[in-house]
Write a protein that binds this ligand. Structure first.
Ligand code: NAD
Ligand code: ZN
Length: 346
């Protein structure tokens, strides 16, 4: 059969930027599914790859299609694929795991020892088509807004981090009002938290967080967190902390305002070298939980939360056609954006 071609956003050379170019449409092999992409969302990781920072120079091998947040439909199925149908609305888990290690066996695929990331280690979703194993394809109810499903990979990070702990009646501190922190704010309120306080140093993003229903959005350069806690009657400290900035100062501030016995989940990735007062962690009896990726069950939880009324649309601030991808990355670089959606329909 003659090769078919598609438009794709490619890290073509080991240098800054991306190129919109023709790439061959992948052929689904046994057990694989070809997805026709409808919409994609830009993640911070894509911005790192665009910028060609040290991390991406280590992980991405040009030429490669990038992107891992998407929604589309089943366009073709390889041998042995069953239970899906052509035209079915789908998204997909971006970590392609070995299926054989201890964590894959016990259902914790997010901790697979041999994981492969779509759009980082292999061709991604910023293209008219994407090919992935059936085990990573997640059917999506057609009633869900496609712009929202396009960013479900990131919503899954927020769901994983937030739902790690009981939230009912609890007071939650989120450090970092990036898109994931903002989404987590909405999830915590939806899941029954009493107070949700989010911090950042960027007022545009704090305003966005307010639209998700948080009780306070605090610029810690301008406002004292202890005053905010007093105002909200948070007496003994926060019960739950979600670190979503990757900033060491934010983590230390969080530790200082947790109640004894509090639970912290750590999602934010920074340079990794953080000075911690371990004696304080011990004295307070805090639990620190690292969060990586998503659990497969998070895909179900987020679909159901959205169907149950969780409105995530306020976090979407920009929408462009894929041919205007430069404007999308410009918005992401500006600091004045939430999620940016790219439309792949013609
Ligand atoms: P983002 O970079 O858009 O948001 C981080 C926010 O933290 C920014 O708005 C920034 O202004 C804010 N911030 C910086 N210093 C701060 C401080 N001292 N106090 C409060 N806020 C501060 O990132 P995002 O896309 O929302 O993702 C959140 C974090 O999660 C990032 O660090 C990202 O790398 C990480 N991440 C981890 C995983 C994982 O699997 N562990 C997956 C996705 C994203
Ligand atoms: Zn594995």
């Amino acid at each position: 059969m003659a090769e078919k071609w598609m438009d794709a956003l490619v890290k073509a050379k080991p240098e800054k930027g991306l190129v919109l170019q023709k790439m061959p449409v992948p052929e689904p092999g046994p057990g694989e599914v070809l997805i026709k992409i409808h919409k994609t969302a830009i993640c911070g990781t894509d911005v790192h790859i665009y910028d060609w920072n040290a991390w991406s120079q280590e992980h991405v091998k040009p030429p490669q299609i990038i992107g891992h947040e998407y929604v589309g439909e089943v366009a073709a199925m390889g041998a042995g694929v069953s239970g899906l149908y052509l035209g079915q609305r789908v998204s997909g888990e971006g970590h392609i795991t070995c299926g054989r290690c201890r964590n894959c066996h016990n259902g914790n695929i997010q901790w697979c020892k041999d994981t492969n990331s779509v759009g980082v280690d292999r061709d991604g979703a910023f293209a008219e088509h994407l090919c992935i194993p059936q085990s990573n394809v997640i059917p999506m109810d057609p009633s869900l807004d496609e712009d929202v499903v396009a960013m479900f990979d990131a919503v899954g990070n927020a769901t994983h981090t937030a739902l790690m702990w009981n939230l009912v009646g609890e007071d939650v501190l989120i450090t970092g009002a990036g898109p994931i922190g903002i989404i987590a704010g909405g999830i915590c309120k939806y899941a029954g938290a009493r107070r949700v306080v989010i911090t950042d140093l960027n007022d545009y993003r704090l305003e966005l967080a307010k639209k998700m229903g948080v009780d306070a959005a605090v610029n810690t350069r301008q406002e004292d967190l202890h005053e905010v806690m007093k105002r909200l009657h948070i007496v003994e400290g926060f019960d739950v902390g979600l670190e979503m900035s990757g900033n060491g100062a934010a983590l230390n501030q969080m530790i200082s305002v947790m109640r004894n016995g509090g639970k912290i989940s750590l999602l934010g990735l920074g340079d990794g070298n953080v000075n911690l007062d371990v004696n304080l962690v011990i004295g307070k009896g805090l639990t620190l939980q690292g969060i990586y990726g998503r659990k497969m069950d998070n895909w179900h939880q987020m679909s159901y939360m959205v169907q149950g009324g969780l409105d995530l649309t306020p976090v979407i601030t920009h929408r462009f056609h894929y041919t205007e991808f430069e404007k999308g990355f410009e918005a992401m670089h500006s600091g004045k954006s939430g999620k940016v959606i790219l439309d792949w329909s013609k």
